[in-house]
Write a protein that binds this ligand. Structure first.
Ligand code: ACO
Length: 374
């Protein structure tokens, strides 16, 4: 086996087919079940997009109503999950708390090992409904605030904001949040989705696959980047500091978070839609200084390296303006991507083959433990 045979990071390797989404870096497009993600973000509720990813078609009015009824009825945290969140130290990263809470929800579900599609769909709706309650409660308890009960009269996005902040959210904020959820929902065989598929390929249950995917998403090269973008903004401070800061960062060969992508090399197709949502939030909150820093860093970094922003670049500042704490940003990504992950779990289970690649061994040649020869 030569160096060329080894596809480090599986770059460029096609490992299976999928009917869930199509990423085309040439045309800079992302389709969910054939629909451009921008059109979905402009016109559909997040629940309708979840139905599309799971079932392959946009829902009829009756189907959407049924999904919304089920989702609204499944939002309350079970006592075990609530207790585990309460007992987690506030020094733990919210992704660690969320990973634990999802695992507890699986342990609490007697149908966890029922691998039928019907049962997996129920589990998917349960996680769609419960993850916002976990994320919202974890942020609140860190601020010394009480849990806020979900509201049946609010849809997924508005209820998420309600449970986090305990206030009726403004329509412009709900709309920006909804769009971010749609844009984050699915992205083919990214690292966390592939992790979920690997776990499913062993016939382990859906909760195990999701817990593994949360672990994969935490890293700064994947979902952790939306949070890391804000650490950069805090470090830079204001637009006038960008030039000097970037010069030093590039000299130190630092990675600039929120830029670059394994698949998109000419720009991320989701960025313009999220940027439009960010612009509306900037207008709403009067946050022109933050936008000036955003634009300056983008202009300078693209000029220096020709590497374009990915979705995490506009979503980080958008989540900060909405009022989320920075470490909560990656859990928000989980709340959205749970739809794509579970769609992939069900697709993998429907035509399964154990995922088990090979490695080229480059350790010591065969040798013997002293005293064991012959
Ligand atoms: N900052 C500085 N340099 C970068 C960046 C960046 N953000 N991204 C790529 N480069 C450089 C690399 O240093 C490398 O340079 P070299 O050839 O001189 O060594 C070259 O561009 C190629 O980069 P790779 O890391 O090899 O490309 P890969 O396709 O493996 O990386 C990745 C993609 C991991 C996303 C990378 O661009 C990165 O680390 N970005 C920052 C983290 C980030 O924003 N992640 C979010 C991903 S999208 C999402 O999860 C929604």
């Amino acid at each position: 086996m030569t160096e060329q045979d080894i596809k480090k990071g599986l770059a460029g390797v096609v490992v299976d087919t999928t009917a869930i989404s199509k990423v085309n870096p040439e045309t800079n497009s992302l389709l969910y079940r054939g629909y451009p993600v921008q059109e979905l973000a402009d016109t559909q509720s997040f629940e309708a997009v979840a139905h599309l990813l799971w079932h392959g078609e946009l829902p009829s009015d009756a189907e959407l109503e049924a999904l919304q009824r089920q989702e609204r009825g499944d939002r309350a945290l079970d006592p075990l999950t609530r207790e585990l969140i309460d007992r987690s130290p506030v020094t733990a990263h919210p992704m660690d708390v969320l990973r634990t809470a999802v695992s507890a929800t699986g342990a609490d579900d007697p149908s966890a090992d029922d691998a039928s599609r019907e049962s997996d769909l129920d589990k998917s709706v349960r996680l769609l409904a419960r993850i916002p309650a976990m994320v919202a409660y974890d942020q609140r308890r860190r601020r010394g605030q009480d849990i806020v009960a979900p509201r049946d009269d609010l849809d997924f996005s508005a209820n998420f904001l309600w449970m986090t902040f305990g206030e009726e959210p403004e329509p412009v904020v709900v709309d920006a949040f909804r769009r971010s959820m749609v844009l984050y929902a699915e992205h083919s065989f990214n690292a966390s989705t592939f992790t979920a598929r690997v776990i499913t390929s062993t016939t382990a249950d859906l909760y195990s696959a999701v817990v593994g995917a949360i672990g994969a998403l935490k890293g700064a090269l994947h979902g952790g980047a939306n949070e890391a973008v804000m650490h950069l903004f805090d470090e830079i401070g204001e637009a006038s500091n960008v030039s000097a800061w970037l010069e030093t960062a590039l000299a130190e060969k630092r990675k600039i978070m929120g830029f670059g992508h394994r698949v998109y090399k000419h720009g991320d197709s989701r960025v313009p839609t999220m940027r439009a949502a960010l612009d509306e939030l900037v207008e709403h909150y009067g946050a022109q200084d933050m936008l000036a820093l955003y634009e300056e860093l983008e202009r300078e970094f693209v000029r220096a390296k020709g590497i374009h922003p990915n979705l995490d670049y506009p979503s980080g500042p958008a989540y900060r303006l909405m009022g989320f704490d920075t470490p909560t940003f990656t859990p928000l990504f989980v709340a959205a991507r749970i739809t794509g992950w579970t769609a992939h779990v069900m697709e993998q289970a429907a035509s399964n083959a154990l995922i088990r690649p090979l490695a080229a061994y480059d350790g010591p040649d065969e040798r013997h433990v002293p005293g064991a020869e012959g």
